[in-house]
Design a protein around this ligand. Structure first.
Ligand code: SF4
Length: 416
């Protein structure tokens, strides 16, 4: 348990031998945060040992787990959907990995970008809707698969391409082969929230640098919600690109206004509410000379629970801001995510329970403006489809059980 740099030390990695490896940094969307749920999972089945790491959320995991237990007698050790994928893949009917992966794609419902490894083959698998990202690169004559292209850059690998929806690549000593599951309907629904917040700005997603996409979102936000102000600042670092876009489009000067403490992680992914609240206070420090006496536009990437935002507005007021105009580079989040982002339950989502004006009062801003769904989709090129926007619209790309709990595999009786 812990951060990669704390857990994996050079002296532990050095003795590892072999020509293939997989790893995973866990972000819990099913199961609690404990060592049993850490990935990759190593399982044994009809087709031998298999290790698997997964990003996303399988919505029919509970049903699949019972079926797998009944059919193959598998002994699950965790409460995650990732172990369900691992057992299914290593027991799936079929002579080849292509046939077994096809079986999994037919059977599993939801979002899964996965890497898997057996004794001779490395696999990268992206679900038929392409909800979560997965990309392919080359390094020193070998291959690298990662969720985001920024990981390839840091290894010195060359980014080749993103995997398509329903695509799998199989890599062994003979090279790489790729196949697209024949059942793919050509209906991709990439998570638009990856572009808003989740992906790193230096990654390429949907053939564009995420930074550029976020800047364009900020410009659209300025067109939709103009305001008379003296300075535009962004919540660092996730809203910096959007703030620059807002400033350029509005003609209001951009400045850094808040300094982020480098040693505190993202607040909304802290699994515990108390840690999240503490995180906000530790996280930002304002630059009073930039802010004092000014009408400030502050751009944030999104408001999820609304726990962070009032603290930010109050920090800016205490630093002397004359007016604080909050601009949010996402539409109001009114619906929970069931496809791999651990946002909140509907009860916790501030926009599911308050109007925009009530939120403005709650956060104590002079004005509040959200990017529209239409504006967002126009910027990302999704006006006629291609993206999941369910947390804003409630239009899930597949049927989901609306109040599904992330701990459903720990106490399955509660969900039936
Ligand atoms: S519901 Fe929202 S966060 Fe979840 S996959 Fe869809 S767009 Fe992404």
């Amino acid at each position: 348990m812990g951060l990669v740099t704390q857990v994996f030390r050079e002296d532990e990695l050095q003795p590892l031998s072999g020509s293939m490896a997989i790893g995973h940094t866990r972000y819990s969307t099913t199961g609690s945060s404990n060592a049993h749920n850490a990935q990759p999972f190593l399982v044994r089945g009809v087709h031998g040992e298999l290790a698997l790491g997964h990003n996303g959320n399988v919505v029919n995991a509970l049903q699949m787990r019972s079926e797998i237990q009944e059919r193959w007698g598998c002994n699950f050790t965790s409460s995650t959907d990732s172990e369900v994928i691992a057992y299914l893949l290593t027991n799936a009917p079929g002579q080849t990995w292509e046939e077994r992966i096809s079986y999994c794609m037919r059977t599993l419902k939801g979002a899964y970008s996965a890497v898997a490894l057996n004794h001779d083959t490395l696999m990268g698998i992206r679900d038929p809707l392409g909800v979560r990202p997965l990309c392919l690169g080359k390094l020193d004559g070998g291959w690298v698969i990662a969720s985001e292209s920024c990981a390839l850059d840091q290894l010195g690998a060359t980014f080749l391409r993103e995997l398509g929806a329903g695509e799998a690549v199989l890599i062994n000593k003979d090279g790489l082969r790729s196949f697209i599951w024949p059942g793919v309907e050509g209906r991709r629904t990439l998570c638009v929230f990856e572009l808003i917040y989740f992906a790193r700005p230096d990654s390429t997603l949907d053939n564009k640098l995420v930074y550029t996409t976020r800047k364009a979102m900020g410009a659209q936000l300025a067109r939709e919600h103009p305001v008379e102000a003296d300075v535009v600042i962004g919540i660092p670092n996730s809203a910096t690109a959007a703030a620059v876009g807002y400033a350029q489009e509005s003609g209001i000067p951009y400045s850094d206004g808040l300094v982020k403490n480098q040693y505190v992680g993202r607040t909304f992914i802290e699994p515990d509410q108390k840690l999240r609240d503490l995180g906000v206070r530790l996280k930002f420090n304002p630059l009073p000379e930039v802010i004092r006496g000014k009408r400030v536009v502050v751009v944030d990437d999104s408001i999820v629970r609304g726990t962070t935002t009032p603290h930010v507005v109050s920090l800016l007021r205490r630093a002397g801001a004359q007016e604080v105009h909050m601009r949010v580079c996402a539409p109001p989040i009114r619906h929970p995510c069931h496809l791999g982002v651990d946002m909140a339950t509907r009860r916790e989502l501030i926009a599911a329970n308050k109007s925009v004006e009530e939120i403005r009062q709650f956060i104590d801003a002079d004005s509040l403006g959200y990017l529209s769904v239409r504006g967002l989709l126009k910027v990302v090129g999704g006006a006629s489809g291609g993206f999941c926007d369910a947390c804003f619209t409630g239009n899930y790309p597949i049927p989901v059980q609306l109040e599904m709990d992330k701990l459903v595999l720990e106490h399955p009786q509660d969900s039936v």
